[in-house]
Design a protein around this ligand. Structure first.
Ligand SMILES: Cc1cc2nc3c(=O)[nH]c(=O)nc-3n(C[C@H](O)[C@H](O)[C@H](O)COP(=O)(O)O)c2cc1C
Length: 406
């Protein structure tokens, strides 16, 4: 961005902050754009070309390293959350408040991480959650992440906003996989997405419910940045011939999303439907009652509605309401094997790790993303040995310190 415009936005931000402090909300020096509604500059964008395995000491370290090599707009888009970034930070902090209660004399040496979920078996209970525009991290776009998932036999969920098409991604990852759906208001296009996912071999679909309206992401507004169209929009409608109408259908998110839409998806897809973005026991219970197949506890990594609680804090209440009727999945702030262990103990069957995968791609392409998955896998294996559990199925609340328990 040109320097004077950046300066203007920065000083406008400061002016806004000071008027807010004095209780006057009259000044609107910059348009009240949200991340979703900003004009999309079709700029040339260069992701990383690195391709190497990474020696990872811990995943937090990847963020500043990725920042050094990615264009700043792209890095901020990946790293940022919404609003004050409170929920984004809280997702990680919540894991530090719960401790593991180990049983070291269980004699565990061999650990079994294999996880069967919704009819498919994966090598570990750790997965790549749906993230748009992998091209922001690496020039090979979703090819890198899909190859990493396939190499490790881990689950990957492809986003509606992927740069490559869902069919291209499926070819790089022929195993079981999920497709995430941003539900469009155009029913014909929704049907097309579902049919394409089915035909391309996606074993489940996950409509996202927490982003029908976008809470502002301030970094993106300051940078005037959105993932550039030049990276590709792989899942644009194919059944709408007119390019303008196709673009409108692609962008037109259904604002009044409700259970009828999810039931429509279930009927059309015929396979498992996972509700992504559940943060409340009431919604989780309704998902079970409405015949949905899994509850995906997520706050979009703190990128959707800032101010909601951490996913790890919501998980026990949601598990208590779901009572095993359907599996629970969780993501948000997971950075260590011990975080995965704690989430499994509180009832999750599958645990997602988002941003570090993007940083892994930035620093090492497919090999880098694979290193992230392997790091988490090895760290979870160690945590299970130390805690005295041989199988992911055996990880329960008994392995967490509970206040007042002897
Ligand atoms: C760059 C980026 C893009 C994302 N795009 C999507 C998306 O297209 N659809 C979606 O449901 N969630 C999306 N998410 C949210 C992730 O699915 C996931 O909930 C989040 O990354 C988990 O938090 P973590 O990054 O702290 O691990 C995105 C997250 C990031 C970081």
């Amino acid at each position: 961005m040109e320097a004077t415009r950046r300066k203007l936005i920065l000083s406008a931000g400061a002016a806004l902050a000071s008027t807010a402090a004095f209780g006057q909300a009259t000044l609107t020096p910059i348009p009240s754009q949200t991340g979703e509604e900003m004009a999309r500059p079709d700029i040339a964008y260069q992701g990383s070309t690195a391709n190497q395995p990474l020696h990872i000491v811990n995943l937090l370290q990847l963020e500043p390293e990725a920042q050094k090599i990615l264009p700043s707009g792209g890095f901020d888009y990946i790293a940022g959350g919404s609003g004050a970034n409170w929920t984004r930070a809280e997702n990680m902090t919540a894991y530090t408040r719960v401790q593991i209660d180990p049983y070291p004399l269980a004699g565990v040496t061999k650990v079994d991480l294999s996880t069967t979920l919704l009819g498919s078996t994966f090598s570990m209970p750790i997965f790549i959650p749906p993230m748009g525009s992998h091209g922001l991290a690496h020039v090979s776009k979703e090819e890198a992440s899909a190859r990493a998932a396939f190499a490790t036999k881990a689950l990957m969920a492809t986003s509606t906003q992927s740069n490559l098409s869902m069919e291209e991604i499926a070819a790089f990852n022929p195993g079981p996989k999920w497709f995430q759906i941003y539900v469009p208001s155009d029913r014909g296009y929704l049907r097309e997405l579902i049919q394409r996912a089915n035909a391309a071999g996606y074993t489940a679909v996950a409509p996202t419910i927490d982003n029908s309206y976008a809470y502002p992401r301030e970094e993106n507004i300051r940078n005037a940045f959105r993932p550039p169209s030049s990276l590709g929009k792989g899942n644009m409608p194919r059944t709408i011939a007119d390019p303008k109408a196709a673009a409108a259908a692609f962008e037109g998110r259904k604002r009044d999303l409700n259970w009828n839409d999810l039931e429509f998806i279930k009927k059309e897809f015929g396979g498992p439907v996972i509700v992504k973005g559940v943060m409340s026991p009431r919604v989780a219970n309704d998902a079970c009652v409405r015949g949905m197949d899994a509850v995906y506890v997520s706050n979009h990594g703190g990128r959707a509605f800032d101010g909601v609680e951490a996913t790890f804090s919501a998980l026990p209440r949601i598990s208590d309401v779901v009572r095993g009727r359907v599996p629970s999945i969780v993501d948000g702030g997971v950075r260590r094997g011990t975080d995965v262990f704690k989430a499994l103990a509180l009832g999750a069957s599958m645990v997602g790790c988002g941003r570090p995968i993007m940083y892994g791609m930035a620093l090492g392409g497919a090999a880098g993303a694979q290193s992230v998955l392997e790091y988490l896998r090895d760290n979870l294996t160690l945590a299970m040995r130390l805690a005295g559990t041989a199988s992911v199925k055996d990880i329960s609340r008994d392995y967490l310190v509970q206040p007042g328990r002897g």
